[in-house]
Design a protein around this ligand. Structure first.
Ligand SMILES: NC(=O)c1ccc[n+]([C@@H]2O[C@H](COP(=O)([O-])OP(=O)(O)OC[C@H]3O[C@@H](n4cnc5c(N)ncnc54)[C@H](OP(=O)(O)O)[C@@H]3O)[C@@H](O)[C@H]2O)c1
Length: 301
């Protein structure tokens, strides 16, 4: 099949390109900067937020399948989260319009598994409500954009849609890389742990994220799938263990009444309230399973 990967220079995209090539697909990388070297059979150039450029690029690429791995989260800050929200809404809409015009049959997109509202069980499936009314405006915008992206992907006639709701990514060059922003803080004992660190994180190695995208490209499953490792863990478990793996001191305790101020809303939410992700659906319908857990790889880059 002819497979276009948008976000081909990213961590997941660049892991996915050779996997697709090894399966015999004709791989077309959609990039912003045509001078970048990528492991693809062809390159087309477009800014995903430019509908005309995307249309021209996909007309040239003539894809059977389009894979959307677009984010702009490096560095992770409010502006980056807003740009990523636009990539998930406007960028997705641009890809859908152009993919249909170019004759594509399937769209596979990157979502997140940790947009669920912090209600009920500590580990939730795909049908759990999303945190659309999160009290933090940046997080509410993120969740609303994810919901809009899913609505677009699953609601387009003639285009089979698959949303891979990835867990919290780890691996080389992610935030959890020992030299990444989170790794550096934890390794130096600069990330204290709130007293009530009962929030659950489901992690996912970048290569497993790419393998799930490969399964989605090759298979017939459509819909929404949580994609994460087998060991959802409370903050009180993974953060001290991660500090130990990094050779850092145990995280110092942080009184809950000042935790949000010290950590920021999102990190405090992750450590105290976030839910993990059940992955049964990906196993049975996508035929995917994780190859590595955070316990083995979180600090290894
Ligand atoms: N589940 C999670 O935990 C999660 C989810 C998403 C992201 N992240 C964070 O993101 C990183 C890994 O994931 P990733 O592969 O999604 O991110 P990434 O490595 O930053 O890749 C993003 C891709 O999107 C492309 N892109 C951005 N804006 C674009 C635009 N306007 N038009 C065309 N292409 C555009 C980038 O191209 P350029 O090379 O041109 O910039 C790049 O190829 C890690 O740092 C991770 O911590 C985490």
């Amino acid at each position: 099949m002819r497979v276009v990967v948008a976000g081909a220079t990213g961590l997941i995209g660049s892991a996915l390109l050779p996997l697709l090539g090894d399966r015999g697909h004709h791989v077309v990388a959609l990039v912003r900067d045509g001078s970048r070297t990528v492991a693809a059979d062809e390159v087309v150039v477009a800014d995903a937020l430019d509908p005309v450029a995307v249309r021209v690029a996909l007309r040239t690429a003539r894809p059977d399948v389009v894979v959307h791995q677009l984010t702009a989260l490096r560095p992770m800050n409010a502006e980056a989260m807003e740009t990523t929200a636009r990539l998930r809404t406007e960028g997705t809409a641009n890809l859908i319009t152009s993919a249909r015009e170019a004759g594509a049959r399937k769209l596979v997109v990157q979502g997140i598994s940790f947009a669920t509202a912090p209600l009920g069980d500590p580990v939730l499936g795909e049908d759990a409500p999303l945190y659309l009314d999160a009290p933090d405006p940046t997080w509410a915008r993120t969740v609303q954009a994810v919901a809009e992206m899913e609505r677009l992907v699953l609601g387009t006639p003639d285009l089979a849609g698959t949303v891979l709701r990835y867990g919290t990514l780890f691996g080389a060059q992610t935030q959890y890389d020992p030299d990444g922003p989170f790794g550096a803080r934890v390794g130096r004992g600069r990330l204290p742990i709130p007293e009530n660190a009962e929030g659950v994180t489901s992690f996912l190695h970048v290569r497993d994220a790419a393998l799930a995208a490969l399964s989605a490209v090759d298979g017939d499953a459509t819909g929404v799938f949580n994609v994460a490792d087998d060991e959802p863990a409370e903050g009180s478990t993974w953060l001290p263990e991660y500090a130990r793996m990094l050779g850092g001191p145990p995280p110092r305790a942080l009184p809950s009444d000042i935790a949000e101020k010290v950590l920021g809303w999102v990190t405090n939410h992750q450590l105290t309230a976030m839910r993990g992700a059940r992955t049964d659906r990906a196993r049975t319908e996508l035929g995917w399973k994780p190859t590595v857990s955070w316990r083995r790889g979180l600090a290894s880059g």
